[in-house]
Design a protein around this ligand. Structure first.
Ligand code: ADP
Length: 398
């Protein structure tokens, strides 16, 4: 059936995975980091064996050539892997790239033109695409956007109550992010429960955190907005905040736009409150009596609880709540504290199942809980690989 090379190109890193879209088997996974710095680093894992390299990596072109070298040296051989396409993660697809899309020059231009809406991500995604197309000119390249799943959110959910003309002129709307993860996890939840009519909340809790409300497989709300800053409390980002804080900081503290951006995006969230952005450290400190870490955890879980309640109201009911990503998959404490007191929504967590030393997809609510609570490890790469295969096959057919 062939394999797909999935590429996630960041400003100074390239993550890649060679994956069988049918079975989900990962043939190789790797990371090129610190591109453009004096100390580059590469890691390539195949069959549980990891090869590492420390060499300066000048740019993304050099980074991708290194990826090819790593495949040549440590396998599997790309020429023999029957690669049917390259799937690229793109953060902002705007109003125009609303499904997995075959990349041609026009699509690449569109991705670049969307950079003002995602200045940290889209330029890096576009660079990765450009060099990958040069290195793999005979393969179809497919863009899978973080925003795509949410592009047709109902109008009341996607519209900000801001001057219509200002919004239209500057493309201001709720776009939503982590869409590939929300779509994948919502789909797995429906499959596990054997129902396609679910009213569900998906909680993606990683370094970035987002919630979505999904009815019968379609999203009706999501917490991230024009940018990934809105919504839940995150590792270093505020999530929801009174926008007047921005004016206040400008007028009273004399901060410029970039400084305020830095405070809200990189010096806030768990880190701003406790000094640490890693939930493991925040939890450890909170448990040992550190009051700042305790408050950080409380603010984090309070926000999640508020969203679960709001989304249950939006959907007029709740059948399932699913946790995913680094914190959601691993922190029993965060899951327990986030859902505390939600018995009135039919949520009855099973403390033993929640605390069990388990990985993989699982139910953590009591068997007779009216609302099912689950943990589903996200797999954005597999989802990108499957969407890439679909587009690649229709290209060959067409
Ligand atoms: P990203 O958003 O970068 O993809 P992940 O989804 O991998 O990140 O989530 C990373 C975060 O998951 C880490 O910052 C850490 O706080 C959290 N995490 C990982 N393992 C655990 C754990 N066992 N307990 C609590 N938090 C964890």
């Amino acid at each position: 059936m062939g394999t797909v090379l999935v590429i996630n190109s960041g400003s100074s890193s390239i993550k890649y995975e060679l994956i069988d879209p049918e079975s989900g088997e990962v043939h190789a996974v790797g990371l090129i980091e610190r591109i453009g710095e004096s100390t580059g680093h590469a890691r390539h894992t195949r069959d549980g064996r990891t090869a590492e390299r420390d060499d300066p990596i000048a740019d993304h072109g050099a980074g991708l050539r290194l990826v090819i070298d790593l495949f040549n040296e440590h396998g599997p051989e790309l020429a023999a892997a029957e690669v049917i396409g390259v799937g690229h993660r793109v953060v902002q697809g705007g109003e125009r790239i609303v499904e997995a899309t075959l990349i041609d020059d026009d699509v690449l231009t569109m991705i670049e033109e969307l950079s003002p809406l995602a200045p940290l991500h889209n330029p890096a995604n576009a660079t990765g695409i450009r060099v990958a197309r040069e290195l793999f000119p005979d393969l179809p390249h497919v863009a899978v956007c973080d925003t795509a799943f949410f592009h047709d959110l109902p109008m009341p959910a996607r519209t900000y109550a801001i001057d219509r003309e200002v919004a239209a002129a500057h493309h201001i709307r709720r776009y939503g992010f982590h869409g590939t993860s929300h779509e994948y996890v919502a789909g797995r939840t429906a499959a596990m429960l054997g129902r396609d009519d679910l009213k569900q909340v998906v909680l993606h809790l990683g370094n970035g955190c987002s919630a979505s409300a999904v009815v019968a497989g379609r999203p009706v709300e999501t917490s991230m907005g024009l940018t990934p800053l809105e919504g839940l409390v995150m590792g270093t980002r505020t999530g929801d905040i009174d926008p007047a804080v921005v004016f206040h900081l400008a007028r009273e503290a004399g901060l410029g736009v970039d400084e305020i951006d830095d405070v809200l995006n990189r010096r806030s969230g768990l880190k701003g409150l406790s000094g640490h952005n890693d939930m493991r450290e925040v939890t450890r400190l909170a448990m040992s009596g550190d009051e700042r870490a305790r408050l950080a955890l409380d603010v984090y879980t309070h926000r999640i609880r508020k969203y679960v309640g709001a989304y249950a109201a939006t959907m007029g009911g709740l059948d399932a709540v699913t946790f995913t990503a680094g914190v959601g998959e691993n922190s029993a404490l965060v899951r327990e504290e986030s859902l505390a007191g939600l018995g009135f929504l039919g949520i009855e967590l099973d403390p033993v199942a929640n605390r069990a030393d388990a990985s993989g997809e699982r139910i953590i609510s009591q068997p007779d809980s009216p609302t099912t609570v689950l943990v589903v490890p996200t797999n954005e790469e597999l989802s990108i690989a499957r969407q890439t295969r679909q587009v690649a096959e229709s290209t060959f057919d067409g």
